[in-house]
Design a protein around this ligand. Structure first.
Ligand code: MLT
Length: 254
C-alpha cells in the first residue's frame, strides 16, 4: 500500500483501475480489503481509491478523540495529495457516516455518493452509551468482545462470517476505541440530504441485523431521485454477500 502523511497521521491507501475517481470507504471495524471482491468488478470503469480509515489496516491514528469530520478531512487531504479535485464517494456503514461528513464539508468535491448498509441518523442515547461502554471494554480487555458480538450480525453465511471475523481480528484496539467514540458523537445528517446536487446510490440488505432496512427506505423517501437497491436475504455486507449487484449499483456513479 501507498502511505502519505497528513493531519498528524500516516494514511495508507490502495489505488486500482482507470476512469472516474471513486473513493471506497470501509465500515467498522474493518479495512479496505472489505472491497476486494467489488473492486475487481469496478476497476475497468473507475480510478478506485481505497483508504484504510485512520487507525485501521495500515493507517496510524492519534490517542486524542476525533470525529467523522476528521476522517473526512483525511480523505480530502488524500485527494489533494493525489491531485484529484472531485470524486464519487461510497461508504459502507461507518464509511457512509464518513462519506456524509465529506459531503457536508466539501460538497463541491463530490461527483456522486453511495451509502451501503448505512444510515443518516445519529445514535439515540442508549446506543451512544453502549458505544462508550464498548470502547471502555476494548481498552480494558481488548477487541474480543466486540468481535464476538458483531460476527453473526454481519451476515448469516458462515463462510462470510469467517471473512468478516478475520478482518475484524487484525484491527488495533485504538482504532476500535477512536471509531466507537466518533460514531457515538456523529451528527444527524437528515437535513443534508436535500442539499445534494449529485447522483445518490443506496444499497441495503433487507436482512441487515446491524442497521435495519427501514433506515435505507427513509433515505430513499427523502431523496426520491436516488438509485435504490434493496437486496433480498442479504445482511450487513452486500459487497461480500452480493458483490455483483453492489458493483452494478456503484456503476451509476461513473
Ligand atoms: C459498521 O458496520 O460500520 C457499524 O456497524 C456501524 C454502526 O455501528 O453504526
Amino acid at each position: 500500500m501507498e502511505k502519505i502523511k497528513l493531519n498528524d497521521i500516516e494514511l495508507a491507501y490502495a489505488r486500482r483501475g482507470k476512469g472516474t475517481p471513486l473513493v471506497l470507504l470501509h465500515g467498522f471495524p474493518l479495512d479496505h480489503h472489505l472491497w476486494d471482491d467489488v473492486s475487481s468488478l469496478l476497476e475497468d470503469t473507475f480510478d478506485l481509491i481505497l483508504p484504510d480509515l485512520r487507525g485501521f489496516g495500515e493507517s496510524t491514528t492519534l490517542d486524542t478523540p476525533y470525529t467523522m469530520d476528521d476522517y473526512a478531512s483525511d480523505i480530502a487531504g488524500l485527494l489533494d495529495q493525489l491531485g484529484i479535485q472531485r470524486a464519487a464517494v461510497a461508504g459502507h456503514s461507518m464509511g457512509g457516516y464518513v462519506a456524509l461528513a465529506f459531503a457536508k464539508l466539501y460538497p463541491e468535491r463530490v461527483s456522486g455518493l453511495a451509502l451501503i448498509s448505512s444510515q443518516v441518523l445519529a445514535d439515540p442515547p442508549d446506543r451512544k452509551e453502549g458505544r462508550y461502554k464498548s470502547a471502555a471494554d476494548v481498552a480494558e480487555k481488548g477487541i474480543g468482545g466486540v468481535v464476538e458480538a458483531m460476527t453473526s450480525k454481519f451476515t448469516s453465511d458462515p463462510r462470510l462470517q469467517a471473512v468478516a471475523r478475520a478482518l475484524m481480528e487484525r484491527q488495533q484496539p485504538d482504532a476500535y476505541i477512536g471509531a466507537l467514540k466518533a460514531m457515538a458523537e456523529r451528527m444527524d445528517s437528515t437535513s443534508l440530504l436535500s442539499t445534494f446536487k449529485f447522483p445518490v446510490v443506496i444499497v441495503h440488505g433487507d436482512a441487515d441485523a446491524l442497521i435495519p432496512i427501514a433506515r435505507a427506505r427513509e433515505v430513499k423517501a427523502a431523496v426520491p431521485d436516488s438509485h435504490y437497491v434493496e437486496l433480498k436475504d442479504t445482511g450487513h455486507v452486500p459487497m461480500l454477500e452480493a458483490a455483483k449487484e453492489t458493483a452494478e449499483a456503484l456503476h451509476r456513479l461513473a
